[in-house]
Design a protein around this ligand. Structure first.
Ligand code: SF4
Length: 340
């Protein structure tokens, strides 16, 4: 399979403006700071990390909903960052986004029909009334909603149904890539699986490619082929979903996984417990060297504080940004207490 999406050293830095001196930049939020990854056509890439790690900004940067500061974004061979006007609009039809909270991203005064037609109109695809009507009904059917939903308003639906409308809105444009930012985190756990299953079915039927962004590792575990973990604007680990969950190698990923609650209280939890010291450092002033060194129980003097580790292939496609990934995996370096 060919990569449909390729990001090379993508950076999104937001300037912080001084309130006193007009238009003077006093610093930057290093929201995304050099991320490279690729997503094959028809695959699902799960991007996980705590809030503030830059994962949503990366998803928006890929679609140019925020402007990247640096790096390359290639979609189906097209240099996305160089697109303007009509060519950007054409590319945007092929790359759609689904948002976290379906209620806040849908205009409550618009009927479902007008919400769906809006996107078609923006791309000049709503000229033929009969064809549009057919397209809307087919799209609703694909997401498991009846045609009668067209005349209703977002507040008349449950949370899960509203997310189906959000998916229909993306789907009606017949995209190839869907970036889903926390698509199920606003939903009850019982509904989450239904929506994830729907996304999976749609992928199988239509050959869609997904970038699914989530703070919850459990959400992407089964749906993602590849999982990337972000910390403070950088990708710290990437592997096939199976490999990542079987053997997380980066200390941050290990800490994240050790924090996942055990679903069955009768099953003894034998996993390691890694408690992270201190808070997430500010992305305006990220630590030098390895960005995780201020909280890493395995950090070694002085390399971890001096040298930023590159994401490198440690084991058959399992990529880790840690100087000591092999030593830690083999138990040759033991974790120590971190002073908060
Ligand atoms: Fe920890 Fe050092 Fe590895 Fe960073 S490079 S994760 S500080 S051991």
């Amino acid at each position: 399979t060919e990569p449909l999406v390729e990001l090379r050293d993508v950076k999104v830095h937001f300037p912080i403006k001084s309130g006193l001196l007009v238009d003077r930049t006093v610093g930057y939020v290093y929201a995304v700071d050099g991320v490279s990854l690729s997503i094959n056509a028809g695959e699902t890439y799960g991007l996980v990390g705590e809030s503030g790690c830059g994962k949503s900004t990366l998803g928006r940067g890929l679609l140019r909903l925020v402007e990247p500061t640096d790096g390359e974004i290639v979609f189906d061979g097209i240099d996305v960052r160089s697109l303007k006007g009509e060519s950007l609009r054409r590319a945007r039809r092929r790359m759609q986004m689904i948002f976290q909270d379906p209620l806040s991203s849908l205009d409550p005064r618009q009927s479902v029909e007008s919400l769906l037609v809006e996107g078609l109109k923006a791309h000049g695809l709503a000229d033929d009334k009969a064809a549009t009507g057919k397209r809307l009904r087919e799209t609703l059917e694909a997401v498991g909603l009846p045609a009668s939903a067209l005349r209703k308003y977002p507040h008349e639906f449950s949370g899960g149904q509203r997310q189906r409308i959000g998916i229909a809105r993306a789907l009606v444009l017949n995209p190839e890539l869907i970036v889903a930012d926390e698509p199920v985190s606003a939903l009850d756990v019982s509904i989450q699986a239904q929506v994830l299953n729907l996304l999976e079915d749609l992928q199988n039927e239509r050959g869609l490619t997904y970038l699914i962004i989530a703070h919850d590792l459990a959400v992407v575990r089964h749906i993602a082929d590849t999982v990337g973990v972000m910390y403070l604007g950088g990708l710290v680990e990437e592997a096939s979903s199976d490999d990542l969950y079987r053997e997380p190698m980066h200390p941050y990923t290990r800490a994240l996984m050790s924090a996942v609650p055990v679903p069955d209280p009768l099953v003894e939890d034998r996993r390691e417990r890694i408690l992270l010291a201190g808070d997430l450092p500010s992305p305006t002033n990220p630590p030098a060297g390895c960005r995780f060194h201020t909280r890493c129980p395995w950090a070694q003097p002085t390399r971890c504080a001096d040298e930023r580790p590159a994401l490198r292939d440690v084991l058959g496609g399992h990529r880790v940004a840690c100087h000591y990934a092999e030593e830690i995996a083999a138990g040759r370096i033991r974790p120590h207490e971190v002073e908060p």
